[in-house]
Design a protein around this ligand. Sequence first.
Ligand SMILES: [Zn+2]
Length: 438
Amino acid sequence: MHQTTSAVADTICRTTELGVTITDAAVDAQDRTRIFCEVLDPDPRCPNCEIAGQARDKADRILTDTPAAGHPVLLHVAVPRFVCHTADCPRTIFRANIEHIAAPRAVITSRTTRWILQHIVEDKMSVAAVARNLGVAWKIVNRAAAEAARTLVYASPSHLGGVRHLGVDEHKWKHVRGHGESSWVTVLIDLTPVIDGTGPARLIDMIPGRSKSVLKTWMNDRDQAFRDRVKVVAMDGFTGYKTATAEELPTARIVMDPFHVVQLAGEKLDRCRTRIQQATCGHRGRKGDPLYKIRRILHTRTDLLTDKQKALLFTSLTSHDGHVAVEIVHQVYLQIIAAYEHRQRREGKKLMWRVIKRIQKGLPPGLEELAQLGRTLWNRRKEILAYFDVGVSNGPVEAINGRLEHLRGIAQGFRNLDHYILRSLLHSGQLADRINAL
Ligand SMILES: [Zn+2]
């Protein structure tokens, strides 16, 4: 009788495909179905010495499985434990391997991961709805889906296939509490379409953390074909990324991104402006202050300014002799942009080299921000100038705008990093037909 009942239950719950057989079931106080089962043909071999151990007892492992009759299911797997008697083996007790049911340390079965992705990707179900159906926390579904989506996206040959220009960015995850490394992510972008003029930059991956080792590990995990294909790695000024790239992709050319160079110069311009503002007015920027009024105009290329804005810029900068420092930093800022925008890259490179050489040292006092900028640009001159040697067909402005757009997209509305990764990756590959391969 017991056998028959068990066989019926196994057929209904499809537990045979998991390699287990149902021994008992109960409905708990939270209206979840708890299914108790035993492993069919457990592997008695010790993971260390591979010699069969002696059966000892069983340990319960609880896993969330796919819903049954519309109710959440908790699978209690009685995992056999064995004692290893091999003389030199360091292992004494071990559990039978049940990786065909669930990954190590996972709290859901592997088939539930597949079920989650099917419902999110194919049925467009929300993470919250899926979590409700499974009777688990939103976080668990989200993490499982993000990890599985990442695995699937990587399995897609188109995902990393054409990447010749790789962009690496650090991004502060503003919704994360605290200021430690955990609030940073490393963003990997395929810039090849921008360089080729075939489309916008494409998100490849986001990895929690910002360090040399985060990027080094990611690069190390890629296959040789990918490492050989990447010719240029564009990045910001963070030296950890530079070292990681030099070590992992020694043949790739490291380029410092125009966007970050312009941003760096813009920051120094702002700092200089607020310092002079404080010195000449004795307070932080207020509405009527001449330097405060032009704070945005200062960041705009001259040819994009209206005549009225140009006039305002001129009167504000000349209204006080102390403003000359702001004017000088502003000029350098514009020269850096002009170098990037030059129609001929060779000429642009010359302009940039002149700017870097001029401000690298020996500046008169009162230009502290510019001196700092000069030192940074000098230290990174090789990567900054390398930009001009790298094939760019679509003009650097698009590259800058594309990057800006991308960073803005990242910052918008996503309170949870895993969720952002999931949503981003879902749209970056042909996921649907790959889910069943999980
Ligand atoms: Zn052993």
